[in-house]
Every structure is written in structure tokens, then in C-alpha cells.
Design a protein around this ligand. Structure first.
Ligand SMILES: C[S@@+](CC[C@H](N)C(=O)[O-])C[C@H]1O[C@@H](n2cnc3c(N)ncnc32)[C@H](O)[C@@H]1O
Length: 393
């Protein structure tokens, strides 16, 4: 992000967050783990990227997620999960983790209503107060009153027993991630320290037992050990996060869509500085310390780790495929045809087809993004019949 493009309010905002991070580094004795830096940069109350007011999603924001492109993504997800809701009956719930602008919920609820398959409750689990407010405003306008009454916001995962579907698009990539490095054959954890000029720099400290064990577990599954100096990300807490986020889910399905790789591809020898990156105004940057609070920070998902975490939480693995295969396998062509039938204007038709291309072309979101599902007490394998990739895990 070029310094000259930042307006004075945004700069002052980032400076307040930098002061907070600096004081935490000082009270921690000179360095904090990278994951803590990322947590503050994204979620510090009132100051973090997701907790404060700027527009993040869509053309005017910093990045475009699949639901922001138009209704096709959410409609295909509805096609995939409605059979699960129907198997569970009228008391089934739908929980969306990390609701973004609310656009996904608007399109999914509209499609579920058309299919006569609305869940008893549609809950959005959203830690950011600012986003909860934006989602509420958007959905109040977008939905009719009887649909809107089913929408609830959760600050914490549902603790009471529930049955239904849990869905998360691009949430795991936004979880604060530890970074590790191999130095003199030992596992180190990347920390963030002050560079003497008021900026931040990375320093390595010995990793704790949890991170070391997780790195060695991954390494044992790779064709060769990590080389000296290798650096990447790893989320040892993913199994705990999954168990926490599903809360009291008894029977039902979980569906995760995100960008990432199977483990052997994630930790390729040449990907020796990990997958962490920053986004600002649709530009990707490797400078994750620049202007905290004004840029998104994100790391790709290790889908092998997600498969381990989902099955470790007591669910059966339902399938893993590219986003393109998932959408095509869940009636993308029918949804496209349904929208096309209502359109006469050439520009709108062009935009609709662009939306489908953006979602499915390999060079756009089609291959880099993947979908993975889990189920307990219901069948969810029907959603993954096209293009199974589970042999890669
Ligand atoms: C990249 S955005 C994706 C938003 C939306 N799902 C979409 O596809 O447009 C990440 C979202 O995850 C939320 N989030 C981050 N950590 C979370 C957590 N631990 N639990 C629930 N939501 C979380 C953020 O507040 C934000 O809404």
C-alpha cells in the first residue's frame, strides 16, 4: 500500500492501533507471537481491520469474496444444504460463521424460501460488532419481515444442543495464525518486535510444545523434512476452533469453502515463506506489517488439517472438491439458466456470465478455492459428487 494513498483519518486510525501493538510488545518483554500481532491487526476492538468501520467487501473494498460477486454462489450452497435441512426436519438451524456484508445470508435465505426449505433459525456467528450492525441493516432492507425474523446474531458459538448446518466461507483464512521457522534444525515460532524506528520486524523464538509437535506431525507426512530456514504457517488450534465453533451441534453437516491446498502442496519446498499475505484495495502485498488495521491479513488453508480437525470432532468426512466442481455439482447451470431467463438487457446477461466464470474458471476462483464437508447423522455426500479431490489429502 503506498503511503501517499492513505487519508489522514485512516492514518490516525492505524497509528492508534500501532500504539496498542507497541505497548503490548513492550509489556511482553520485547516480542509477541505473530498470531497475536495478526489478532490485534484484524480484531482489536474498535481498531482492528474487521472490527472498525471501513468498507472491506466488494468492488469498493479491499477484496471480493464469492458471495459478493452475485447470488450464484449462495444459491448453489443452498442447493447443497437444503437436503440436509430436510433430513433434519423443521427445527433444523443454519449457522453462518463470519457473515461479511450479509450478502450471502440474503441470497441463501431468498433461495431457501423459494425452495420452501427455510431453517427454523438462520444464525450469523460474527465476532465483529461493526459487521453485525452492517449485516443487520442490509438484511432488514433485503428480506421480508417473516424471513428477517428468523435471522439471529451470535457473538459466541451456540452452546445448547442444536441440529442443522454450519457454513463458513473464507473464515479459516482469517484466523490469526502462528508462523514457524526451522532454524538450526529446531522449530522456532515467528514473533513480532519493534525495529527501533517505530515499525515492526520479525524475530524467531523457540516454539512451545504444541507448535513444535504440530510442525513435526506435518513434517512426518511430507516426502522430505523441512529444509533449514523454511518458514510457513500452521494452525495447531484448528481442531479446538472447530469444536468450539460448532458448539452443541449434534446431527447435521459442516461446510467450509476457502482458498488453500492439500498438505503436500501447501508445504512444497519452494513455498518457503508460507502463504501469508495482505490485501488492500484489491492489491496483494507481502508487507504484512504495513499500516495495521487498514489491510486484511490472510493465510491459505491446509485442507488436510481441516479434514483431520473435522473428523476429530466426531464427524464423517463427506467430500472435498474445487469450488468450480462444487458449484457445478450443486446446480450452477440451473441457477444460471433461471437468472438468464429473467434478463433481456445484454449488459446484465454479460455480468451474470462473468459472475459464473469468476466463480469457476481455474485462473479465477474455480481451483484455488475448495469446498470440504462433514456430516453426522445425515447424508451430505450428495454435495460432493463432482470432481472429488480427497485422494490429494
Ligand atoms: C474474509 S471475511 C469473509 C466474510 C464472508 N463469509 C464472505 O465470504 O464474504 C472473514 C469473516 O470471518 C469473521 N471471523 C473471523 N474470525 C472469526 C471467528 N473466530 N468466528 C467467527 N467469525 C470469524 C470476520 O469477522 C469476517 O466476517
Amino acid at each position: 500500500m503506498s503511503e501517499s494513498h492513505i487519508d489522514p483519518d485512516a492514518r490516525a486510525h492505524s497509528e492508534r492501533l500501532q500504539a496498542l501493538i507497541r505497548s503490548e510488545i513492550q509489556s511482553a518483554g520485547g516480542a509477541i507471537p505473530f498470531w497475536r500481532f495478526m489478532e490485534l491487526a484484524l480484531y482489536a476492538p474498535g481498531l482492528g481491520y474487521y472490527s472498525a468501520g471501513a468498507t472491506k467487501f466488494g468492488a469498493a473494498g479491499d477484496f471480493i469474496t464469492a458471495p459478493e460477486l452475485g447470488p450464484l454462489f449462495a444459491e448453489c450452497v443452498a442447493e447443497a444444504v437444503v437436503p440436509v435441512l430436510q433430513q433434519l426436519g423443521p427445527q433444523a438451524h443454519f449457522v453462518e460463521v463470519g457473515g461479511g456484508s450479509g450478502r450471502f445470508a440474503g441470497d441463501a435465505i431468498t433461495r431457501m424460501a423459494q425452495m420452501d426449505a427455510l431453517p427454523a433459525r438462520y444464525s450469523i456467528l460474527e465476532p465483529s460488532a461493526d459487521l453485525r450492525e452492517r449485516q443487520g441493516e442490509y438484511l432488514r432492507q433485503r428480506l421480508d419481515a417473516s424471513q428477517f425474523r428468523r435471522v439471529h446474531w451470535l457473538e459466541r458459538p451456540p452452546q445448547d444442543e442444536w441440529h442443522g448446518v454450519l457454513f463458513a466461507n473464507e473464515v479459516i483464512d482469517a484466523l490469526p495464525t502462528p508462523r514457524f521457522a526451522i532454524v538450526d534444525g529446531e522449530v522456532m515460532e515467528e514473533h513480532v518486535a519493534l525495529d527501533g524506528d517505530g515499525g515492526f520486524k520479525r524475530v524467531d523464538r523457540p516454539a512451545d510444545a504444541l507448535l513444535s509437535a504440530a510442525v513435526r506431525h506435518v513434517e512426518r507426512q511430507l516426502p522430505q523434512p523441512f529444509a533449514e530456514g523454511y518458514r510457513s504457517e500452521l494452525l495447531p488450534q484448528l481442531p479446538y476452533w472447530i469444536q468450539a465453533v460448532i458448539g452443541g451441534l449434534r446431527n447435521g453437516a459442516m461446510l467450509f469453502v476457502d482458498y488453500g491446498f492439500a498438505r503436500s502442496e501447501y508445504y512444497l519446498p519452494q513455498r518457503n515463506d508460507g502463504t501469508l499475505r495482505a490485501f488492500h484495495r484489491h492489491t496483494v502485498s507481502g508487507n504484512v506489517f504495513a499500516n495495521p488495521g487498514l489491510q486484511d491479513l490472510t493465510a491459505s488453508v491446509d485442507f488436510t488439517a481441516l479434514a483431520e480437525a473435522g473428523t476429530g470432532a466426531g464427524f464423517e468426512f463427506s467430500g472435498y472438491c474445487s469450488q468450480a466442481a462444487f458449484l457445478i455439482g450443486n446446480k450452477l447451470d440451473e441457477r444460471l439458466a433461471a437468472h438468464e431467463a429473467g434478463l433481456e438487457d445484454e449488459a446484465a446477461l454479460y455480468a451474470l456470465r462473468q459472475q459464473a466464470k469468476q466463480l469457476t474458471l481455474p485462473a479465477a476462483m474455480g481451483e484455488g478455492f475448495q469446498a470440504m464437508g462433514f456430516a453426522r447423522g445425515v447424508d451430505f455426500e450428495h454435495a460432493f459428487l463432482a470432481g472429488d479431490l480427497s485422494h490429494r489429502l
